[in-house]
Write a protein of this length. Structure first.
Length: 239
């Protein structure tokens, strides 16, 4: 359960553990075991989690708000222009300040099973100083738990639609055709974002779990199919 509802917080905010890098060597592990004897499962290369309640254990009691799927603001810009027989339309939209919970990181970087992985795991922890973001392979189970490791900035700016047209003068056709316009249009041509997934525009949806209950989610990327780029050539005739 990644989302949570709490009085005073945004609906369906992300809920999980807070990370603090990766244990690099036995000395760091020994230090944390002295303060938190409940962390006996960790080894060098495992993710360091923050013990928020100070009870020496890393469990559900240490979970907290780790992200907000709602943007601080959204924008849209629609420009239309014409020059002689040319016409132009451009539409840009964007979202800023929202977080995305990227479950693809679990699938591609989790290394919890014999399964194809992303190339990022080539840079995983393999010894002291090798990585402070991607843990060792087949590490502690808690490495794959819900945490801010999977939370990314979902802000984006997208060129949603672009249309350029040219209308041929009717005199060319001896006024037999009242309008002859040729145009080219493109959708989703450019997306500017720091999000590592396929598409930062996640949106919201509902899914049914094994208990046949409906679970509502917003801002959680479970491998959503990205919006495709497309280019169309069109012809508009009027008689």
């Amino acid at each position: 359960n990644i989302s949570r509802i709490t009085v005073g917080e945004p609906l369906f905010y992300f809920y999980g553990l807070q990370t603090d890098g990766i244990y690099q060597n036995d000395t760091e592990v020994a230090e944390v075991l002295t303060a938190n004897p409940g962390q006996s499962v960790v080894q060098p290369g495992d993710i360091r989690f923050i013990d928020l309640n100070g009870d020496g254990m890393i469990n559900a009691d240490d979970k907290t708000k780790i992200g907000d799927p709602y943007p601080d603001f959204m924008l849209g810009l629609n420009l239309t222009a014409a020059y002689k027989n040319f016409d132009f339309n451009l539409f840009i939209n964007g979202s800023y300040g929202n977080d995305v919970y990227n479950t693809n990181i679990y699938d591609l970087q989790g290394m919890t099973r014999l399964f194809n992985a992303g190339t990022e795991v080539l840079n995983r922890w393999t010894g002291s100083g090798t990585s402070n973001t991607i843990p060792r392979a087949l590490g502690a189970d808690q490495n794959a738990g819900a945490s801010d490791r999977y939370v990314e900035d979902g802000s984006y700016t997208r060129l949603r639609n672009l249309v350029i047209g040219y209308t041929i003068p009717t005199s060319v056709f001896n006024d037999a055709i009242s309008k002859f316009r040729i145009y080219v249009s493109g959708q989703n041509l450019i997306t500017i974002t720091d999000y590592s997934g396929l598409d930062p525009e996640i949106g919201q949806y509902s899914l049914n779990n094994q208990n046949t209950r409906t679970q509502f989610e917003i801002g959680i990327d479970r491998g959503n199919y990205p919006q495709p780029k497309s280019v169309l050539l069109g012809l508009q005739l009027e008689f």
